[in-house]
Design a protein around this ligand. Structure first.
Ligand SMILES: Nc1ncnc2c1ncn2[C@@H]1O[C@H](COP(=O)(O)OP(=O)(O)O)[C@@H](O)[C@H]1O
Ligand SMILES: [Mg+2]
Length: 236
């Protein structure tokens, strides 16, 4: 096993143990002292158990993505990026009821040659972050366009922004940055690590720019069919 894998397992074990210990602790307290605990507290403890279970589910899903990602099987097909984005948004919308999700999708965007599941995972991670790291009621805007022989997808938020000194930590495994929303929200710091790996495995590039007014993440995939691109410009 490589040092990187060993490090990964060590971190994962720690990340798994924390919520599990908390679930076990609160379950034991409830079981052993049921009659002595006030109803309000019971509710609070069960709430914690639910929250920690959700944390575990996310973590396990992310860890599975990391291992699937490294196993290397990808199914490339022609993907209609706009449609794929339209499928992802309602799922996230459902979790962030007060945010607004806006799209500015280029009509007749050429298809891209991608693994659609993985593309959706990329979009889910970016749109989820955009909502998670901005206050309630803010707008998340997803745009698609062609620029210099690339299909460009942008996810823009009006959130807390990313400080310059944190730029190099952003895409690292298990790294969550310090801001007032990170401490209030759940996450395991794997999302952007997975996202970058997936983008690069599909020959894409990911970049971002950020200010105190918000952040834009941009994902680019090269056009694989120049004729399609020309057609697209003629039609729009
Ligand atoms: N759109 C964003 N605006 C501000 N901060 C962000 C944004 N996306 C990610 N971050 C910061 O980068 C960290 C890593 O993101 P990610 O890998 O998706 O982990 P997670 O969302 O699980 O914390 C987050 O914890 C957050 O602090
Ligand atoms: Mg995330």
């Amino acid at each position: 096993m490589s040092t990187i894998e060993e490090e990964f397992i060590a971190t994962v074990s720690h990340e798994l143990r924390t919520p599990l210990t908390s679930i076990r602790g609160f379950s034991q307290t409830l079981l052993n002292s049921w009659d002595r605990i006030k109803d309000d507290d019971k509710k609070k403890f069960i709430g914690i158990i639910e929250e920690q279970s959700n944390r575990l589910i996310h973590l396990v899903e992310n860890i599975l993505s990391v291992s699937k990602m490294n196993s290397g099987n990808q199914i490339f097909t022609e993907v209609n990026i706009n449609n794929s984005i339209k499928k992802v948004i309602p799922i996230i919308e459902n979790q962030y009821k007060t945010h607004r999700f806006k799209t500015e999708l280029m009509p007749n965007l050429p298809t891209a040659f991608l693994d659609e599941d993985k593309f959706q995972q990329i979009m889910t991670n970016l749109i989820d972050n955009a909502a998670k790291y901005s206050e309630e009621g803010k707008t998340v805007t997803i745009t698609t366009e062609i620029f210099e022989n690339n299909i460009c997808i942008k996810v823009k938020d009006e959130g807390v922004g990313i400080k310059e000194e944190d730029y190099d930590k952003l895409f690292k495994k298990f790294s969550r940055l310090e801001n007032h929303l990170t401490s209030k929200t759940q996450g395991n710091g794997l999302g952007l690590y997975i996202t970058k790996e997936l983008v690069e495995k599909m020959n894409g590039k990911i970049s971002f720019s950020s200010s105190a007014n918000g952040t834009v993440f941009e994902v680019k995939f090269p056009l694989y069919n120049q004729e399609d691109a020309l057609k697209c410009f003629q039609m729009s």
